[in-house]
Design a protein around this ligand. Structure first.
Ligand SMILES: NC(=O)N[C@@H](CC(=O)O)C(=O)O
Ligand SMILES: [Zn+2]
Ligand SMILES: [Zn+2]
Length: 355
């Protein structure tokens, strides 16, 4: 590969953290992901949440049915942990072969987390079962104590909970989802091989000024919230380091424009329309395009114990303009960079590039 190539060919990537929603909204967005990614870990925070293997199976079938014709895409399902999750449900999930992980939302931490876990200690028998069954734990790592500053909630979660969980269950695979701080990157970097983290493209591209300087911009509001520049820099360093415990998870989280542009706007950014292109921008900017494939296409599959994809995608350095909005059920969703430019374009996946 030359130093600054104008084309990059990658093993087709996977998205290890994605919100697809349900019904007409899901049907409107799934094609954006399926055009780029071979597989995605689908988050279970629906209303009501995906708390059982039976619900995960039904949700999976709805997703598969909505994938546009001609696209190969495999949804990887997750269970939503609650105070009532049973050990036997963990066994059923593992045995199903369709559930890849279970997700811990501290109750109240983020969108549709009201039914999440209120007391972590009460979940320990379930975590023990996950350790025994080797079902990975995915974590939204923020404390919910209203007294803790919103910018400090992730580091506090490490100190108050995550360090303890990792130490107490030495066989449990843990993914610290959508990390946003230097503290989180350090915690993972210095932790055991069974501890990993996903990093979103928006936390690699932007600091909190994007959301708060020159006007308040609800389409940059997500959880965990964007942080200071020094944290963004630490995340870029982690993502481009070649350390296999950091891998791609977009956390693309579409909300209707009316729900975002509101007196109390929802948390979540929609990035699925251009996710791999935007990651390419980040790695290009960091002079690390040669490390994109590991981060986007190898390390996540390796961590989950799944085969790497065999097909490929081709990205070209070419500027294009993102639409102002996309259809989203009976509303619209505003994508990241709406009306603005992106410097990389997805031109092909293996199979159609030889036409
Ligand atoms: N990231 C977000 O800001 N929102 C996500 C939930 C989550 O991943 O925490 C959503 O479901 O909208
Ligand atoms: Zn989250
Ligand atoms: Zn998420």
């Amino acid at each position: 590969m030359t130093k600054t190539p104008d084309e990059i060919r990658l093993t087709r990537p996977d998205d290890w953290h994605l919100h697809l929603r349900d019904g007409a909204q899901m049907a409107a967005v799934v094609g954006h992901t399926a055009a780029r990614f071979a597989r995605a870990i689908v988050m279970p925070n629906l209303k009501p949440p995906v708390t059982t293997t039976a619900l995960a199976r039904a949700y999976r079938e709805r997703i598969v049915a909505a994938v546009p014709p001609g696209l190969a895409f495999e949804p990887l399902m997750t269970l939503y942990l609650t105070d009532r999750t049973s050990v036997s449900e963990i066994r059923t999930a593992k045995a199903s072969g369709i559930v890849q992980a279970a997700k811990l939302y501290p109750a109240g931490a983020t969108t549709n987390s009201d039914e999440g876990v209120t007391r972590l200690e009460a979940l320990f028998p379930v975590l023990e079962a996950m350790e025994r069954e080797d079902l990975p734990l995915l974590v939204h790592g923020e404390v919910t104590d209203p007294a803790v500053d919103v910018f400090d909630r992730e580091p506090r979660f490490i100190d108050d909970h995550l360090a303890r969980i990792v130490a107490r269950f030495p066989g449990l695979r843990v993914v610290f989802e959508h990390i946003t701080t230097a503290e989180a990157a350090d915690f993972v970097r210095t932790g055991p091989p069974r501890l990993a983290a996903t990093i979103t493209v928006h936390h690699l591209l932007y600091n909190r000024n994007a959301m708060l300087a020159g006007g308040i911009r609800p389409h940059y509001y997500c959880l965990p919230v964007l942080k200071r520049e020094r944290h963004r820099e630490a995340l870029v360093a982690a993502a481009t380091s070649g350390d296999p415990r950091f891998f791609l998870g977009t956390d693309s989280a579409p909300h209707a424009v009316t729900a975002k542009e509101s007196r109390c706007g929802c948390a979540g950014l929609f990035t699925a329309h251009a996710a791999i292109e935007l990651y390419a921008e980040v790695f290009d900017e960091a002079g690390a395009l040669d490390r994109l494939e590991g981060f986007a296409s190898h390390f996540g599959a390796d961590f989950y114990g799944l085969p790497r994809n065999r097909d490929q995608i081709l990205l070209r350095r070419e500027t294009w303009t993102v639409p102002e909005a996309f259809a989203f059920g009976d509303d619209r969703v505003i994508p990241l960079r709406a009306g603005d430019q992106i410097g990389w374009r997805l031109v092909a996946t293996t199979g159609d590039e030889t036409r």
